[in-house]
Design a protein around this ligand. Structure first.
Ligand SMILES: Nc1ncnc2c1ncn2[C@@H]1O[C@H](COP(=O)(O)OP(=O)(O)OP(=O)(O)O)[C@@H](O)[C@H]1O
Length: 343
């Protein structure tokens, strides 16, 4: 059974840079022992501010941040960044350019064996042979690995990674992503990784936290969050979704593609029906109500745009498919990929 002990808890965190705008507007989040949480949100939603607040680089105006029973922040306390047991990997890695890889990793360490410990950490990152190299002599991926080694070397309670893969090309990103997850797991570290890439968040996360407007709007295992988004905003953060506004009648929400179960909402209530592209099941039908307007291959599946039923919609369909542009189709919804939430 995985350890779900809360290591870090954030309650009602508020931070305003301007009087009329809260970068953090009451954010709540728990980080659990040895687990990787991915923080996903659009640009400007407050992700970096939350990370900086955990690191002690921002003061909160309200709320609290606690490591176990130790208060790092509340209305009276602000523990200095250097005394928090936090490791940081910044977006640009922030390595010291005039120091070797080894000196960078040893930087935060103390004690007579600090160089040996830094070397061990570099070896874990498979960069022992680059110990004497300066950052400009390292590739982007190697720099990121040195930055991660530096963050992990002091055995911090929490590691924070701010968009750690964003400067790298797609192939290297995937590789480095897996290596980073392996390294964090091997170290048993509690980690928070910020990203605005849904696919990346789903790939790295044990737990996913969705952020919007300075608040955490949903948390949970990635599959659960994907299958059961709490709102249209949450669903949109994780990928394409069609949103159909509907009213509940006899326990069902009426859509142009037939009724769907109203998920416990009461009759008369306005709801949003969230339909993932893969929910649409298309069948060739000369008398069907919809017409294919566009067909695109996307590797293992196809994207079919179709018009009719009061709008234009996107379906993700299995490849190969005989359905071509201009064909008429009938459309059904697979309820597995449909979710009804409050409007
Ligand atoms: N130093 C600052 N001074 C003034 N406003 C700031 C400052 N830092 C951030 N903000 C504002 O606070 C809000 C949250 O910013 P933040 O950088 O935390 O968002 P983010 O989710 O990390 O965005 P991104 O994905 O683009 O990095 C934004 O409206 C931003 O403009």
């Amino acid at each position: 059974m995985a350890d779900t002990r809360t290591v870090l808890s954030i309650r009602g965190a508020e931070r305003r840079y301007r009087a009329d705008h809260a970068a953090l507007a009451g954010a709540d989040l728990n980080l659990h022992a040895g687990r990787i949480t991915a923080l996903l949100g659009p640009s400007g939603s407050g992700k970096s501010t939350l990370l900086r607040a955990i690191a002690g680089l921002e003061r909160l105006e309200a709320g609290s941040i606690c490591l176990g029973a130790t208060v790092w922040n509340d209305h009276t306390t602000h523990v200095a960044p250097e005394t928090r047991r936090v490791g940081m990997v910044f977006q640009d890695y922030a390595l010291f350019p005039h120091m070797t890889a080894l000196a960078n990793v040893a930087f935060g360490l103390t004690g007579p064996d600090k160089t040996a410990r830094a070397m061990t950490q570099l070896e874990v990152a498979e960069l022992g042979h680059k110990a004497k190299a300066y950052p400009h002599e390292l590739s982007g991926g190697e720099q990121q690995r040195v930055a991660l080694a530096r963050a992990l070397a002091p055995q911090p309670a929490v590691v924070l990674l701010d968009e750690p893969f964003s400067g790298l090309d797609r192939r290297l990103r995937g590789e480095l992503r897996e290596r980073t997850v392996d390294t964090l797991r091997a170290a048993g570290t509690t980690a928070l990784i910020v990203t605005h890439d849904a696919e990346e968040a789903m790939a790295v996360a044990d737990e996913l936290a969705l952020m919007d407007g300075g608040r955490i709007i949903q948390t949970g295992p990635p599959d659960d969050v994907w299958m059961t988004p709490v709102s249209a905003t949450a669903a949109k953060l994780l990928g394409d979704v069609e949103i159909i506004e509907a009213q509940v009648t006899n326990g069902q929400a009426e859509t142009p593609f037939g009724p769907v179960d109203a998920n416990g909402f009461e009759d008369g209530q306005p709801v949003s029906v969230l339909v993932r592209p893969r929910a649409f099941t298309l069948s060739l039908d000369p008398d069907g109500p919809c017409t294919i307007t566009r067909r695109r291959s996307a590797g293992p599946h196809l994207t079919h745009r179709f018009a009719g039923a009061g709008g234009e919609w996107s379906a993700q369909t299995p490849a190969p498919s005989p359905i071509r542009e201009g064909d008429r189709v009938s459309v059904e919804l697979d309820p597995v990929y449909v979710r009804v939430v409050a409007a």
